[in-house]
Design a protein around this ligand. Structure first.
Ligand code: IMP
Ligand code: MG
Length: 184
């Protein structure tokens, strides 16, 4: 075994190790494979946060699966109403008649997931559900159905496995709590 690497200075502690994350992704992939066997499954990732989770999940799913991506911008500044979201880069292909799983890094207030579910539902998929790496139900403002999730997390700002702080730390294999004032 190699020596454990020092944590980056801005990181307080590891919440889920890389092994725990990979193990949980494999478990959820089994659930998804069983649920969607015989279906026309498409994973839709929300750039950029869900890329790492989506690829690990897709690798662990053992039924045929398509993937596509979209990206959004949200305007939740103090001067605008919170939770305003719009699509900045749309999907490449139609989802009509497909069984769509929206893959998220984290569902927090729920605004992003709700907006995307509404938008995608209008495009006539055969079915539509949400799969998220992290779920923070304690901060939910709008209710959204989350069918598959790897971890329910406490009210702390986290990074790693695709989640960023100022665009950094997405490439960490573990999920970690940041040293931030809001986390004290
Ligand atoms: P929601 O619309 O409030 O559910 O927020 C979803 C988005 O906020 C996520 O896709 C993340 O980009 C971002 N976000 C929320 N919490 C965290 C966090 O703890 N770390 C990093 N990004 C976060
Ligand atoms: Mg994000």
């Amino acid at each position: 075994m190699s020596e454990p690497k020092a944590l980056p200075a801005e990181i307080e502690r590891i919440l889920y190790t890389e092994e725990q994350v990979q193990q949980r992704i494999r478990e959820v992939a089994v659930e998804i494979s069983n649920r969607y066997r015989g279906c026309d499954l498409k994973l839709i990732g929300v750039l950029k946060g869900s890329v790492f989770f989506l690829t690990a999940l897709a690798r662990a799913i053992d039924i045929p699966v398509k993937i596509d991506f979209l990206s959004i911008s949200s305007f939740s500044t103090k001067t605008t109403a919170p939770g305003l979201v719009r699509i900045a880069k749309d999907l490449d292909e139609s989802i009509e008649g497909e069984d769509v799983l929206l893959v998220e890094d984290i569902v927090d207030t729920g605004f992003t997931a709700r907006y995307l579910l509404q938008t995608l539902a209008a495009r006539s998929p055969n079915s539509l559900a949400v799969c998220t790496l992290l779920d923070r139900t304690s901060r939910r403002i709008v209710q959204v159905p989350v069918e598959f999730r790897c971890f329910e997390i406490p009210d702390r700002f986290v990074v790693g496995c695709g989640l960023d702080y100022k665009q950094l730390y997405r490439n960490l294999g573990y999920v970690a709590v940041m040293k931030l004032e809001r986390n004290q």
